[in-house]
Design a protein around this ligand. Structure first.
Ligand SMILES: C[S@@+](CC[C@H](N)C(=O)[O-])C[C@H]1O[C@@H](n2cnc3c(N)ncnc32)[C@H](O)[C@@H]1O
Length: 352
């Protein structure tokens, strides 16, 4: 059972990551102001009161993360888990990559992708430099920096937000409590570099885990993180989440983290419909994505700034979309939603 000393260590770690993330963002935006002033995004002001509310919701996320570990939903060791040495060695690359990011932003060039990319192999909406990142999602270079960039963006709260899917996932899986743990199949849609699958595996070490993503490079990175040193293997499949090459009713749980805001509305619905198709009746879906205008109106300036700073072409549409409506259109029932810091978490069940 985790003890108070471990809790203090976790809080200290989170504070340290938070300060590092803030300092990184402050230094990089100052440098951009100096070296590439024309590309500097025009953000809306965020008042100190709002910053205070943001800090409160971040602390609440950390507290819940701790409590759920203490309840045994996942091991406390997961709270400290990250490839620290690897990230430290990649951090200078994040800085080296910045000038090309500023360039793209300045020139409004959002289709700057590797020459060898076969456009016919991807939906058109995908062929962009999301977040202005070098090569979009389509290179090993991009995949090698992604996790670190997300950690910096969320001030060290990316995994605590991802872990919010575990409680509803485990609750939903009670429906299949009579099955052996090894007979449970969980699919992570748009798995990227595998951080979500890693959290799921810690909570469900015996389940069969599958990840789908469009990016071979990101899946290669996921394969390194997930499969190199672990006794169990996660299966990784390169495919469009709108139409996955997976059998109907073949999973008891499906998760999908930080994908919906990067899709046009029609693709968003297609992905949710395909999740429904691959779930066995009685199965659970858990979605995590950005907070939205309806649930977090106070945080509107934060959402607005996110859209202005990063190339996120579908974010404006996403923040006013009804994900509950889309889940119910697909056929899901027992839909719930909750907010944790910058994350909205939906869960729902495919009728048994
Ligand atoms: C913001 S990242 C999120 C990755 C991961 N879920 C996480 O928590 O970090 C979005 C991911 O969605 C993938 N993606 C985008 N559109 C997709 C689609 N139509 N089908 C499958 N994957 C897609 C991208 O390649 C990328 O890995």
């Amino acid at each position: 059972m985790p003890d108070q000393l471990t809790k203090l260590a976790y809080q200290t770690l989170q504070q340290g990551k938070g300060l590092f993330g803030l300092a990184h963002k402050e230094m990089s935006s100052r440098l951009m102001g100096l070296l590439a002033p024309e590309g500097t995004p025009k953000t809306v002001p965020v008042d100190p009161q709002l910053m205070g509310r943001l800090k409160t919701s971040m602390d609440a996320l950390g507290e819940l993360d701790w409590q759920e570990a203490e309840q045994g939903l996942y091991p406390a060791a997961l709270l400290f888990d990250a490839p620290w040495l690897d990230w430290a060695s990649r951090y200078p690359l994040v800085w080296l990559d910045m000038p090309s990011t500023w360039n793209r932003r300045q020139q409004r060039n959002v289709r700057d992708l590797p020459q060898d990319v076969e456009p016919a192999a991807y939906p058109d909406y995908y062929l962009q430099n999301f977040h202005h990142q070098t090569d979009g999602y389509l290179s090993d270079h991009s995949a090698s920096l992604y996790d670190l960039q997300v950690e910096l963006l969320f001030n060290g709260n990316a995994d605590p937000m991802r872990r919010r899917l575990l409680a509803p996932l485990l609750r939903g899986l009670r429906q299949f409590a009579d099955r052996p743990a090894t007979g449970i199949r969980v699919l992570d849609v748009a798995t990227g570099t595998g951080r979500t699958l890693h959290q799921i595996r810690s909570a469900l070490p015996k389940a069969q885990l599958v990840g789908v993503d469009l990016s071979t490079a990101y899946l290669r990175q996921a394969n390194r993180w997930l499969n190199d040193l672990s006794p169990g293997l996660c299966q990784l499949v390169q495919a469009n989440a709108e139409n996955m090459p997976l059998a109907d009713g073949s999973f008891q749980a499906v998760s999908c983290v930080f994908l919906l805001h990067e899709l046009p509305a029609a693709a968003r619905q297609n992905v949710i419909n395909d999740c429904w198709r691959v779930l066995e009746p009685g199965g659970v879906i858990v979605l995590i994505d950005s907070i939205q205008l309806a649930d977090s109106p106070d945080f509107t300036p934060i959402m607005e700034n996110f859209r202005r700073v990063f190339h996120e072409p579908y974010y404006r549409d996403y923040i006013s979309d009804s994900i509950e409506g889309r889940l119910s259109e697909a056929g899901f029932e027992a839909i719930t939603a909750e907010t944790h810091f910058m994350a909205r978490v939906w869960s729902a069940r495919k009728p048994a």
